[in-house]
Design a protein around this ligand. Sequence first.
Ligand code: HGY
Ligand code: MN
Ligand code: MN
Length: 414
Amino acid sequence: MNAGSKPTDIQINAERLWGSLMDMAKIGATPKGGVKRLTLTDLDRQGRDQFVSWCTAAGLAVTVDGVGNIFARRAGRNNALPPVVSGSHLDTQPSGGRFDGCFGVMAALEVARTLNDRDLQTEAPFEVAMWTNEEGSRYLPVMGGSGAFTGAHTVEEILAAPDLDGVSFGDALRAIGYAGAAPVGGRRLGAYFEAHIEQGPLLENTGNTIGVVTGALGQRWFEVAVRGMDAHAGPTPMHLRRDALYGASFLIQEVNRLAKATEHSRGTVGMIVNRPNSRNVVPGETVISVDFRDTDVFGLDRMEQGIRAAAQRISAEHALEIDMRQTVFFPPCHFDASCVAAVRAGAARLGYRHMDIVSGAGHDAVNIAGVAPTAMIFVPCEGGISHNEIENATPEDVAAGCNVLLQAVLAQAG
Ligand code: HGY
Ligand code: MN
Ligand code: MN
């Protein structure tokens, strides 16, 4: 920076950022204005290709690792230093929106583009990251790409995971041409920042533009299989039935009762597979997902114990077998104080109203926080709505979030 200039003199190009967001949203656009770009599908490939071509056009060196994570690197003055990294994900929920994940990837790309415009070289290298399968909708575990990078999951485990049609992660990754040669993880990051929409109502309700994210709720997910007996819906008397779906309905009630017991606990049954799912057959097998979240592990333990006790009762009362398998566990996450301070200072310097906030959603930053100093920047989304095709944010708010990201990156990358 030339003498006399202040860090806040450098501002991102808000039109270019919004344009990239809207262009990316065209890939997998849905009639209701959302985006369906499930991980490792051909639409994901198109989104990845678009992202890689923008990175290449910005002069970034692109590498892809063995689980499809993409890193676009901008050299610093001292390339022996571990890079400052920023990014998020491009995969969406089946009924996703235009901003969840994509905003963080486009914001990080816009930081690189702005540094190019100003011909600014940071001390440490800067990398834009796109993590594979953050959403965990098609493949478990959720946040699998960043989890493989940090060693929370083995590459073999990630590649072997099957989707509901039995297609493995590895086969789907190879089919879209993103089974990269770069090793997965095993390298230090100087710091990691992720910009994201809040996906909740707090910022909007309090009139804040920036959320200084101090951490994230802990999460514990289960797959629960309820097994009874297929039977004819007509001749089978009610008292002789072993109805798996009926049994699962009590579990769903209990998940909600447990989660409503405290103000910071969450419980969701989001997925159900019912077999044989025929109108006139008493269901013999029902599999449900359970997603518990809380600010502390004791809260997660309380809900787990509660649902296990309920499963025992329901199993006995309705002659059903109930198997519960834990599929995801993230302890409550606390981000790095110096990175959080860099975000807060950036928001203050730029004059944006801001507040500290804990993320109810999981993010790749939750994984990366285990291996590098990490923090996140939230911007409001309309009505706090997300994981919904009507998810919306304003050009002003995403530009504000991206400007804070730029300030935080400059503070950490030198
Ligand atoms: O589940 C989550 O919190 C994130 O959207 N994957
Ligand atoms: Mn997300
Ligand atoms: Mn999401």
